[in-house]
Ligand binder design. Structure first.
Ligand code: FMN
Length: 172
């Protein structure tokens, strides 16, 4: 069994999670950033690890999906929103759609909250119209961002590692 773990990460959250998934896969895993990743040929499963950008997989990851057809895949992502939110479910559905459109199958999915770059928050405050939900700092939003700032934590990385080991059985 050979697994390719492809990741894209701006600020390191997804990279850390992808590394944990690869550790769970053990010797079966090859870990590569999306921009430098090999094609899927010769791998039994491709684990696509992306960060969420405006409600969907980031651009570099989606570009990599263009190289996948009829492959066995799994998805793995980090996002600012709560993992049990409708937003996270929507991201999941979109990523599955993107992959399944080209005949790929999605064998599993992993998600973790990830700290949001403070520079992005500043930028949103400056650039967005004042009535935009992301321009305002409500109590709920502060709580969400405070929680996100703690992730991925040791528990998330342990879950990611277990997810990787679980894929060994699924794709082996
Ligand atoms: C430009 C930009 C857009 C983002 N859009 C979303 C989003 O739509 N939903 C969300 O939950 N998080 C969003 N985030 C938060 C990131 O997905 C989250 O912080 C992620 O863990 C970053 O991963 P990385 O450290 O691997 O880059 C966004 C972050 C950036 C920088």
């Amino acid at each position: 069994m050979k697994a390719l773990v492809v990741y894209s990460s701006l600020t390191g959250n997804t990279k850390a999670v992808a590394e944990a998934v690869a550790a769970g896969l053990g010797e079966a895993a090859t870990l590569a950033p999306a921009a430098e990743a090999p094609g899927p040929e010769g791998f039994d499963i491709v684990v696509c690890c992306f960060w969420v950008d405006k409600g969907r997989a980031d651009k570099a990851s989606r570009e990599y999906y263009g190289r996948l057809s009829s492959a066995r895949t799994a998805i793995c992502y980090t996002l600012g929103a709560y993992p049990d939110s409708e937003h996270a479910d929507m991201v999941d559905a979109r990523a599955r759609e993107d992959l399944e459109r080209n005949g790929n199958t999605v064998l599993g999915s992993f998600r973790s909250q990830g700290k949001v770059d403070p520079n992005l928050l500043e930028l949103m405050k400056e650039k967005l119209p004042p009535d935009h939900p992301h321009a305002k700092m409500t109590r709920e939003r502060r709580e969400l961002l405070d929680e996100a700032s703690l992730h991925p934590d040791a528990g998330d990385l342990k879950r990611a590692r277990d997810f990787g080991s679980g894929l060994l059985a699924l794709a082996g």
